[in-house]
Design a protein around this ligand. Structure first.
Ligand code: 13P
Length: 258
C-alpha cells in the first residue's frame, strides 16, 4: 500500500448471502468493532435488494455502500435490470463489475463489462473492475496476457479524467472461495503489472493514483502480509466479509500494511 498517492480500500462482497433484516444487526456489530480512526475506505457491496437497508443502517458512518452488478443500459425495457441511475439516486458510491462469477455464470463478455463501466462512471459511481486468470492460464504462463486483455477491454474508450473513479481488483479465479490464496509475491507481481500497464495507457500520475485491490480467500490471517505489498492497495473480500468480527480484523490489518 502506498497511502501517499492512493486510497486504501477494503470492500466486502456479500454475493448472494444475507437478507435485508440481517443488515442492521451486522452493521451495528461491525461499527462496534471497527478501528476508531479512519484507516481505509470501507465498502460493503451487497445485492441491489439489500441496498436501501444498508444505506439506512450506515447513515452517518464511515461505511460506503456498493452494488454487485449494474445494467449496461441507461434505462428502458430491460426486465429485472438495475440501472446506474437507480444506484446513484439511492446514494450508492461503488459497484463491482466484471466479477468472474458473472463472467462464468452469466456469460458476461469483455464488451459488456466495458459498457457497464461506462454507465457507472457516467453516473459518478466508482466501478470496482474485477480481472483474473484461471488456474490453466496461470500454469500455461498466460497470467499477465489474460489480465492485460481484461484491463484493456474494460477501460477501452475511457477518458483520462474518468479513470480516477475506477478501482481495479485482481481476483485470481483459482483463489476465489477455495481457501487457496495467492501468495503475497503473486498478488504483488500482478498488481504491479496492472499498474505498469495503466502507466503505459494513461501515464505515470494516473497509474500512481489508482487503487488496485487483491481478492480471493483473503482473511484475517493473511490480510496483513498481502496488504503490506507496495502495489496491493486493499482487498475485495467474499466469505470473510460475512462475519463482522472477521471483516473488522481485516480493516485493522490495513493499519499494519502502510
Ligand atoms: P472469497 O473471499 O470468498 O474467496 O471471494 C472473493 C471474491 O470473489 C470477492 O469478490
Amino acid at each position: 500500500m502506498n497511502r501517499k498517492y492512493r486510497k486504501a480500500i477494503i470492500a466486502g462482497n456479500w454475493k448472494m448471502n444475507m437478507t435485508a433484516s440481517e443488515v442492521r444487526p451486522y452493521i451495528e456489530e461491525l461499527r462496534s468493532l471497527m478501528p476508531r480512526t479512519k484507516t481505509c475506505e470501507t465498502v460493503l457491496c451487497v445485492p441491489s435488494l439489500l441496498l436501501p437497508a444498508l444505506l439506512k443502517a450506515t447513515k452517518e458512518s464511515r461505511i460506503a455502500a456498493g452494488g454487485e452488478d449494474v445494467s449496461s443500459h441507461e434505462s428502458g425495457a430491460y426486465t429485472g435490470e438495475v440501472s446506474a441511475a437507480m444506484l446513484s439516486d439511492l446514494g450508492v458510491k461503488y459497484c463491482i463489475v466484471g466479477h468472474s462469477e458473472r463472467r462464468q455464470y452469466h456469460q458476461e463478455s469483455d464488451a459488456l463489462v466495458n459498457a457497464k463501466i461506462r454507465q457507472l462512471v457516467a453516473h459518478s459511481i466508482n466501478p470496482i473492475i474485477c480481472v483474473g486468470e484461471t488456474l490453466e492460464q496461470r500454469e500455461a504462463g498466460l497470467t499477465m496476457d489474460r489480465i492485460a486483455y481484461e484491463v484493456k477491454s474494460a477501460l477501452y474508450g475511457m477518458e483520462d479524467l474518468r479513470l480516477r473513479h475506477c478501482v481495479i481488483a485482481y481476483e485470481p479465479i483459482w483463489a476465489i472461495g477455495t481457501g487457496r490464496t495467492a501468495t503475497a509475491e503473486q498478488a504483488e507481481e500482478v498488481c504491479c503489472g496492472i499498474r505498469t500497464l495503466i502507466r503505459s495507457m494513461f501515464g505515470a500520475r494516473q497509474a500512481r493514483a489508482l487503487s488496485i485491490l487483491y481478492g480471493g480467500s483473503m482473511n484475517a490471517e493473511n490480510a496483513e502480509e498481502l496488504l503490506a505489498q507496495p502495489d496491493v492497495d486493499g482487498g475485495l473480500i467474499g466469505g470473510a466479509s460475512l462475519k463482522p468480527a472477521e471483516f473488522s480484523k481485516i480493516l485493522k490489518a490495513t493499519d499494519q500494511g502502510q
